[in-house]
Design a protein around this ligand. Structure first.
Ligand code: HEM
Length: 429
């Protein structure tokens, strides 16, 4: 079998130059991808993963070799934080957890959630006035409230100020950083953050145990499934983090892109004004906004919040003629797939209309929600949420670019470094 392509010293220097110039790691990965193709090593001391990209590799990771490429890595910060959450479990245990949660995230529940999503958004927007806003922070506040109000049936608003720092600290804990190459590096503040979130979640669980009936929301379903409090905590924390940080990043990038593309904003206003007017959109109306769909998809393509998925080889694998040794970490890059000029002409341009062009798309070239048995459980939820929030913002505000172009920051999600700065101004009636 062929050896996995490895960057030469000269290529590594070129990638480093791109990283310094672009001030982000992804610029360096693009250099490797362009030179080495859809599979290559990233040989760092103590961390030597294999990166794969492109439709065939995505298909193998997500479906064909699903049982050979497992998620869980003991000792990883994400496993340590989420313990036995569905995101970090494999095999039967993963599938059983997923089955218990599926009904709360099924499409038929979304119509009911939409009312809550709109209520949360409206209450947040009531506090907006003309000026510059940090879109990332503003969207995080909305996304956290939506997630908890729908799936846990609790209003997190009164606790938000107290929990905010712990949420951010926990996200930082699972983000890439120097601890990848220097295991055991101290992570100050994390233990306290985790305790604060645990106390909050165990408090919700205890309150629900005291209630007359478990309820039909996600928390109630987990109780009905007979899980103990520890296992329920793991699922709640998984959803709290995975279910808000992603929508937060997507919404922030969408606001950033719209602020920099007034022509697209104009066309979206025409679409929304024509189909919905000023009223809160119904579930059916949200489904009749094709340009908005294309804007969301194009934002997901350019800035996929989960820009890579990680796996570990359970055994030695033949991967497209390359041997991946047992135990090796494999990363499938959604970002590199979405920016590949072979599949996406003019890949770095924001062109929402590309999603309206006729003709089939090559399968596995657009994978913002992963795929296969462990695709995103919240994909449909997120799409309704993001469209509802964007419609309410665009019905009331004009967005304009403010500040320099944000750098891409590889945190737990791909987010605009320092938040996307956007100037907002109320729309004239
Ligand atoms: C724009 C929003 C979102 C994006 C782009 C996104 C993306 C993804 C991706 C790519 C995966 C698969 C990762 C892999 O293959 O390793 C995933 C898994 C997951 N997502 Fe999302 N997600 C979003 C929103 C949500 C929401 C709203 C929820 C919960 C309500 C959620 C919960 C999860 C969970 C629990 C998993 C693990 C599923 C499993 O392993 O079976 N996500 N997400």
């Amino acid at each position: 079998m062929a050896a996995i392509p490895t960057p030469t010293a000269a290529l590594a220097r070129r990638a480093l130059g791109a990283m310094i110039e672009g001030r982000d790691v992804l610029s360096g990965l693009r250099v490797f991808h362009a030179a080495l193709g859809d599979i290559f090593r990233i040989p760092l001391p103590g961390f030597d993963p294999i990166m794969v990209a492109g439709p065939e590799a995505n298909r193998l990771v997500l479906t064909g070799l699903r049982n050979d490429l497992l998620w869980r890595s003991e000792g990883d910060p994400v496993t340590e934080l989420l313990r036995h959450g569905v995101l970090v479990e494999d095999g039967d245990s993963h599938d059983a957890l997923r089955r218990s949660m599926n009904p709360a995230l099924h499409r038929r529940m979304l119509e009911g959630y939409l009312t809550t999503m709109l209520g949360v958004t409206d209450s947040a927007l009531a506090g907006w006035s003309e000026g510059e806003c940090n879109a990332l922070d503003a969207m995080r506040a909305i996304a956290l409230r939506i997630l908890t109000a729908t799936l846990f049936r609790v209003d997190i608003a009164p606790d938000l100020a107290r929990l905010w720092k712990s949420v951010i600290k926990s996200i930082e804990y699972i983000s890439p950083g120097p601890w990848l190459v220097v295991p055991g590096l101290p992570r100050p503040g994390y233990a306290r953050a985790r305790k604060t979130l645990d106390d909050y979640l165990f408090g919700l669980i205890a309150a629900r145990r005291r209630a007359a009936a478990p309820g039909d929301d996600l928390l109630g379903l987990l109780m009905d499934a007979g899980m103990n409090d520890d296992l329920i905590r793991d699922q709640l924390l998984t959803l709290l983090i995975a279910g808000h940080d992603t929508s937060t990043a997507l919404l922030a990038w969408a606001l950033h892109l719209l602020a920099r593309h007034p022509d697209v904003q104009d066309r979206l206003w025409a679409e929304i004004d024509g189909a919905v007017g000023n009223a809160p959109p119904s579930f059916e109306a949200l489904a009749r906004l094709p340009l908005l769909d294309h804007v969301v998809d194009e934002t997901l393509r350019l800035y996929p919040p989960i820009h890579l998925g990680q796996r570990r080889a359970a055994r030695a694998i033949d991967f497209q003629g390359y041997e991946i040794p047992a135990g090796r970490r494999v990363l499938y890059s959604i970002f590199l797939t979405h920016r590949d000029p072979t599949h996406w002409p003019d890949p770095h341009a924001f062109r929402p209309e590309r999603f309206g062009e006729p003709g089939p798309r090559v399968p596995y070239t657009f994978v913002p929600f992963g795929g296969g048995a462990r695709n995103c459980i919240g994909a449909a939820f997120a799409q309704v949420e993001v469209k509802a929030v964007l419609v309410r913002i665009l019905q009331r505000f004009v967005l304009q670019a403010a500040g320099p172009l944000p750098r891409l920051r590889m945190a737990a999600t791909l987010e605009p470094a320092h938040g996307a700065r956007v100037q907002i101004r109320p729309r004239k009636a």
